[in-house]
Design a protein around this ligand. Sequence first.
Ligand code: MRU
Length: 342
Amino acid sequence: MLNFDLNTLRAVWMHEHKVSMYDQTKLPFSLEIFTSETRAETCLAIKTMIVRGAGSIGAAAAFAMAQGALESHSVSDLEIARKAIEATRPTARDLFAAVERVFSKALISTQSAINEAIIVAEETALAGKKIGEYGNTLIRNGDGILTHCNAGWLALQGYGSALSPIFEAHKQGKTVFVYADETRPRSQGARLTAWELQQAGIPHSVIADNAAAHFMQHGKIQMLITGADRIAANGDTANKIGTLEKAIAAKFFGIPFYVAAPRSTFDFDTPTGIEIPIENRSEDELLFVEGQDVNGKLHKVRIVSPNSHAENPAFDVTPHSLITAYITEKGIFKPNELSIIR
Ligand code: MRU
């Protein structure tokens, strides 16, 4: 049983050189904690998405780099560790920013690397709190809000990016209704966002990935908020595959589309979205689904014609022209105002 308190809930944490995290591959069917004792195990947890979501990936990467420091005997060992962590998931900017910070402290001492990793993780969570406070100012009583994938506390180490304004609005007594895209192929919306909203007592429905435009057309959605994995200097934003088509539909219907992300997700060294590396994942994520039967037993079943193959880009890039504004821990900015947080 989870004690739903956003002030204390953290997706991943480090204690006595071990890194623990809520196992997001097991949710919502069971609440389990996965503990990794080595840098290699933490890397595997990031790659297999036991921990996922840009901010939580960043926190886990920071802790992995601290474990790397504990295991290293030389600068070249540290560099090997750094490269291994960076190879886990290529799109989330937070991963690279976090590893860079902890690596530079590891060159000074192992203890300062551990301290820095703890700071990175907590800063990420607290950025989510501020995002919630700023984002809440955009939400009106009675709004229907569409979100894609999972950008709650599980995904940002604490509080959340896209969900944090919704948690805050609910806390302030506003009535909101959330439409959570199921988010195939891994169903982060159906499994994780729905679970987080349920824990928070926020009214919501999961909708099929191809249903969002229908709900927009019928006046059910007043705003969209998603998270981001990497935001280029011009504001083009990589986020979970399917975000782009939601943004196009929102533009068509004149509905505001907000991207919620901490400063650590902005990559001012990457000029536009074209240069953002997009992760391709295993076709098995599309070919099979996992779920629970009525007796609570888990099954993994194939849902695609046996001889067919699948393609599985994990992210797409939404051009900045489709984005109304970015909700960050430093305030809310339009695409042409991003130089303020550079
Ligand atoms: O592949 P995932 O589940 O890690 O993708 C997550 C997303 O796309 C989130 O929207 C994004 O990381 C922002 S949440 C802090």
